[in-house]
Ligand binder design. Structure first.
Ligand code: NAP
Length: 290
């Protein structure tokens, strides 16, 4: 049995909470910003419905064995307000977000040794609070070790892929390569089909090549072919495929610009690697948010 508090029940958070509800031994609490009562997860072969305990006031939370944070990166400081009541000496904090700075984002709020970074690959969409669609399989990767083994154990027996990896750095930078390219769709308000334009494809490759260069400086093992693979993947998929930065911009929400492109510029500067394409994307998207 594990006491689990999930902070941020959006697309990813509600999807994971629905799956975890299938394990009756888990005691699950949802820490939400917006109140709701039921989670309905639609998936290709059916649905999972659950009525979890939902709190909206950090004062009502109690210490948990695991805190799973699934807010957007830009809501990290607000999410951490829950830590005062749901984190105690034995709590582990799994940060399930995009980007490569999971630990840095939360170490101002909890000892870094208790933070487990999680890479998640899962196309999930939220229609309304608690109502989500899982559009494909769930893959999660965590660093190999005792906390990683315990995290994977939380999902034991469920129809999803959660595993430890000996090279977490490469796993998150590979994901960042894909995510960094998403900035172009967000800037143009155009879905993935835009990759069929030869000039745009070259811009996408340029953004990803900068990400590869900075990722290698951080120790990730990234092949040159990733840039072409990402363009090919966007061209092969549905022309109207969105990404979460595009969805956020369309919905008038903030975007994870810093976690997905700003980080490449910041770390590039540290290593003396030029990142003009990502800097351009950051400037355009920041201006679009004004
Ligand atoms: N969606 C995907 O397909 C996908 C795939 C892979 C990775 N990711 C990554 O996973 C992370 C989560 O993304 P998402 O798409 O699930 O985001 P999302 O749908 O926008 O959900 C974020 C949730 O966090 C809640 N929240 C914000 N501040 C909070 C606070 N202080 N306390 C409690 N809850 C709070 C929001 O509340 P409200 O209900 O009030 O908005 C919302 O429910 C991001 O880093 C994203 O890049 C997403």
């Amino acid at each position: 049995m594990a006491r689990i508090t999930l902070i941020g029940p959006g697309a990813i958070g509600s999807t994971l909470a629905a799956w975890l509800s299938r394990i009756p031994e888990h005691d699950i609490t949802i820490a939400a910003r917006t109140a709701f009562s039921t989670i309905v997860l639609e998936k290709h072969d059916g649905r999972i419905e659950t009525a979890p305990r939902v709190l909206t006031d950090p004062a009502q939370a109690r210490p948990a064995d695991w805190v799973l944070v699934t807010t957007k990166a830009y809501d990290s400081a607000a999410a951490a307000r829950w830590f005062t009541t749901c984190v105690d000496d034995g709590t582990r904090v799994a940060v399930i977000q995009n980007g490569v700075e999971h630990v840095e984002r939360f170490s101002p709020f909890v000892d870094a040794s208790r933070i487990l970074p999680v890479m998640i690959d899962c196309p999930a969409t939220r229609h309304s609070p608690g109502h989500v669609t899982q559009g494909g399989p769930i893959h999660m990767a965590v660093p190999q070790g005792v906390p990683g083994t315990a995290f994977v154990g939380l999902f034991s027996g469920l129809d999803l892929d959660a595993r430890e990896t000996p090279d977490f750095v490469t796993a998150v930078w590979k994901k960042l390569c894909l995510n960094s390219a998403g900035a172009v769709s967000a800037a143009l308000l155009a879905p993935a089909g835009i990759a069929h334009h030869a000039g745009v494809a070259e811009v996408l490759r340029g953004i990803v090549r900068e990400c590869i260069a900075v990722g290698r400086a951080r120790g990730a093992v990234l092949g040159d072919e990733i840039a072409d693979e990402i363009v090919d993947r966007m061209r092969r998929g549905p022309r109207d495929a969105s990404n979460s930065m595009l969805a956020d911009r369309r919905a008038g929400r903030p975007m994870e610009i810093d976690a997905r492109n700003g980080v490449i510029v910041r770390l590039g500067r540290e290593y003396g690697i030029a990142t003009p394409m990502n800097a351009l994307m950051v400037a355009l998207l920041e201006a679009a948010e004004l």
